[in-house]
Design a protein around this ligand. Sequence first.
Ligand code: ADP
Ligand code: MG
Length: 463
Amino acid sequence: MFSLVRIWQEFLNIVREESGSPLVETWFKAVELKKWDTIEKIAYLQAPNAFVQEWIINHYMHLFIRHLGRLLNESSLSIKFVQENNVPLPMANSLSPLRPAQLYEAPAGRKISPQKVAKIYPNPRDPLNNNYLFENFIVGPSNELAYAAAYAITENPGKLYNPLFIYGGSGLGKTHLLHAIGNTIKQKIKKVRIVYQSADRFIQEFINAIRFNRIYQFETKYKDVDILLVDDIQFISHKEQTQEAFFHIFNTLYQSQKQIVVSSDSMPKDIVGLADRMRSRLDGGLIADIQPPSLETRIAILKKKAENHQISLSDTIAHTIACAAYLNIRELEGALIRIIAFTTLTHQEITIDLVKKILTQAPPEHKKNFDLPLIAQHISRHFSYSLEELRSSNRNKKLTLARHIAMYFMKKHTECSLREIGTFFARRDHSTVIHAFEKIEAAKKKDKSLCEKLSRLEEEMQF
Ligand code: ADP
Ligand code: MG
């Protein structure tokens, strides 16, 4: 089914992949793709307030033209911002001296040449992000083990903890640490060969290598390195062939004492669909976790990040922001950037009242409180299945219904991407999640008792 929600989700995935999550969290998450006029070739978007709208128009229009255009299969689309029922946007009235942009139209048919695009974007394959360093990683009780281990291996790569396995929730600094390791070693050792790769891209590369008969080049690229940094290894679950390839690369590097660092959203034992031998390899080094940061750490992070923008935050203001954005560091950064951007743009001082106003107008993040395992556990218990059964590929009818309900709640009540939800369940890609969601939505309309059951479950889980 042609679904705008799905296209928008895909657009966010691409931007996240290319420009990083903070950008998506800060600006795009609360924007909706309302309508696609195939005849006029206009995509209608709705922003939560005039400020976000203006900022996007001024800074990120090229992303729409480029990626949304491709997703909608239209190289010369226009973008228009609309408001709900033509009600003036709240920020335009109460906060912002910006012109209340009622309807913005990107230059119709504006095309960006490939050369220009290449200039705008850093090479996504450039392996290391220079901004992710140990120096700007704030250490607190929640991440000190991971930090210390990461730092230690840069002093003695391959010898100390091999592999180093860092795991923790989204936005807590795993990618930052992986890059910091790479950047530091690069400075210390001349001509060191470092490869950073997300498991996602690794899979893609592997598939292409098979398709184009380039397995030898693929293996050489990875076996010929001194430091291998693999991010988000959980995405390799249930990809047997890729795991096999990774297993061989791993062994080769390990045997010659090359450093391997892997990050994941969970411990090796909790990654479903990982071959036992791969699991035991990953288990064999040091496993370090990163937990959500405490209030003190969040305040320290905020102050440091503000300093980087030559802004000093008072204790009260830092405290207020840290209390409002508590789930992870990405969210914290997003809140700070919104505040800085807004106050700079409107030439205002950062005051506590202004901060409160900006934060309350931020997109609601509370959805993230509910994580996938929590929902899965509740649903499996309710239907008297084990968690393993719920996540398995068993298609027993009652089990399938339970699984669909779990996916439905996950899509509805978490901010996890469809792919994350799919990965949580064995072998299921994002289209399965959409299918489950649509199925339950449709069934709800016909089946009153299902409707009641869902409401009861929602109450129990206190969504
Ligand atoms: P993950 O890979 O765990 O999802 P990231 O490494 O992408 O998280 O971190 C999200 C954002 O938060 C990044 O911009 C990163 O620089 C920042 N960040 C995470 N942890 C810290 C920290 N301890 N100190 C400073 N910035 C951090
Ligand atoms: Mg990451």
